[in-house]
Design a binder for this molecule. Structure first.
Ligand code: SAH
Length: 218
């Protein structure tokens, strides 16, 4: 690791502490989620040129026209997915740089994460190895199909917006499992779906802004 990287490392724990305080003020109350946000080195998930801005409450570009979600939305979706439960297996659709997956990996036994852009998968896989995030299985594929081999999931987190909840994903939820996703195109809301047998209870929460979920791989 370069000195520059190390220098950021020395101050980042304090900066993360301030970020966690801010998340608390913004209403995140799950202590396990706050601890995860305080642990994962967010600055190592963005380009070095942007590392000094990594703890700001903002989305940042990660290349390929994609963004790393802002810290609040990552914490919020993780809290909603967990809902106070201990999680065994979690599916994430839309890995991007792998930050949300790394946070989920702190609160779940195993995370399966799918990304459609091959170059992002390669980059993120290297990063996960460096950070020894050994309980994340990264897959290159179309998340609209979910990942049946790993199902059922206690939680599914979709990090890109879509006009409807994909039926395939609903069927990969475990009993009592929760799916969290941005629903809509231009006007998006955060949706939480809870499975009870073959019934799905739906809650619509705050307005959000995500990149679109696209079919197929690239
Ligand atoms: N989870 C990321 C957010 C990434 S942005 C974070 O921690 O910040 C959303 C990602 O979803 C992009 O990388 C995009 O390529 C990916 N994506 C879009 N449609 C997809 C699909 N059908 N399957 C898998 N990934 C998809």
């Amino acid at each position: 690791m370069s000195n520059v990287r190390t220098g950021i490392g020395m101050t980042s724990a304090r900066t993360r502490g301030r970020m966690v305080e801010r998340l608390r003020e913004q209403g995140i109350s799950d202590t396990l989620v706050l601890a995860a946000m305080g642990t994962v080195p967010r600055h190592l998930f963005v380009d070095e040129a942007l590392a000094s801005r990594a703890y700001e409450d903002t989305a940042l570009p990660i290349g390929f026209g994609q963004t790393i979600s802002n810290p609040y939305i990552v914490a919020r979706m993780t809290e909603l997915a967990r809902n106070g439960r201990s999680l065994k297996r979690v599916l994430e659709v839309g890995t991007g740089c792998g930050y949300q997956a790394a946070v989920l990996a702190q609160v779940a036994r195993e995370v399966v994460s799918i990304e459609r852009i091959a170059s992002l998968v390669g980059q993120t896989r290297r990063r996960q190895r460096e950070l020894r995030l050994n309980n994340i299985r990264l897959k290159h594929g179309d998340g609209l199909q979910g990942y049946a081999e790993g199902a059922p999931y206690d939680a599914i987190v979709v990090a890109a917006a879509f006009g409807a909840v994909p039926e395939v994903l609903k069927m990969q939820l475990a009993e009592g499992g929760r799916l969290v996703m941005p629903l809509g195109d231009d006007n998006q809301v955060l949706l939480v779906l809870t499975r009870q047998g073959n019934q799905f209870h739906e809650e619509r929460l705050e307005a959000v802004k995500f990149v679109p979920l696209l079919p197929g791989v690239s």
